[in-house]
Write a protein that binds this ligand. Sequence first.
Ligand code: TYD
Length: 351
Amino acid sequence: MRILLTGGCGFIGSAVVRHIIRNTEHHLLNIDCMTYAASEENVASIADDPRYQHQRISINDSASLEVALREFQPDAIMHLAAESHVDRSIDGPGAFVQTNVVGTYSLLDVARHYWNSLEGEKKDAFRFLHVSTDEVFGHLSMDAPPFTETTPYDPRSPYSASKAASDHLVRAWHHTYGFPAFVTNTTNNYGPYHFPEKLIPLVIINALEGRSLPVYGKGENIRDWLFVEDHACALVRAIERGVPGETYAIGARQPRSNIEVVRKICALLDELVPDPAGPRERLISYVTDRPGHDFRYEIDPSHAEKCLAWKAEHDFDAGLRKTVQWYLEHKDWWQPLREQRYDGQRLGAKK
Ligand code: TYD
């Protein structure tokens, strides 16, 4: 297949790019406009492969997108480009509406015209995968059953509202125009190349630097953690087998409270690189809660597991160990991000 993928220099996108080039025969055009969270280094290991190319184009730039589609002639589009950090969406929601809602509209519109220009088998086989989040379903109480494909939408943050809007657009394009699109909604990802503003990389790096580990509220909030390489595998299965109009809810069956996650990272670091000053749990600092903080996300992935013949390979302990080891071995990747581009003001600042 010839796959056009958006957001391939970000965290999840680059995992998909690496997976496709290493494990399949597909050709890939990565469309990434390189926002703060993107890096060429995330795809450096496969960038010289003749099946890979990257163009620095925004999904809001319809004219350039149109040319890219016409020239590359994709069989499928995987749409991963998005603003994704909830705290940033609270501080500045405009970028989330612009990229996640307007950008998805602009990509859908150009993609539909391209699809209309195709004929015969190429047109019938064309697929558009929109990669989304489980946060569109709102949040769960402790006892509620996990989200499934039929859970009603109830987004509660500017981020999740913008993703919900984009999901609705994609489904409307399918129902109204017959556009062969489908959606995946996935739980929290973690793993190598995760930008150090998110909980897991932030805690690993802060703990290594002996800085405080900011836990929002009481640390009781629960996330279902999926190792990013397992997610990449699921998305590739989805683009190869996904049925237009379908939804696939992808999760790892690995729910953990934030405080459990933070404690586990501390224990792993204490084992791998002991700190002469003492156990890292001493660095945990409970800080002011995130406004409107969603309590619990969890997915029942049964439908996706069955339809995509996929299952997350890593349990949380195995995936976290790999992740911590990766951050220990890749200081050259995260140190410049911390120094040049990441404003760490929030770290433990709000006691
Ligand atoms: P995050 O990685 O931002 O992902 P999301 O909000 O999309 O789930 O946060 C994961 C959880 O960790 C979430 O409940 C908020 C919490 N959190 C902290 O307690 N401290 C932090 O410094 C950050 C960034 C997140």
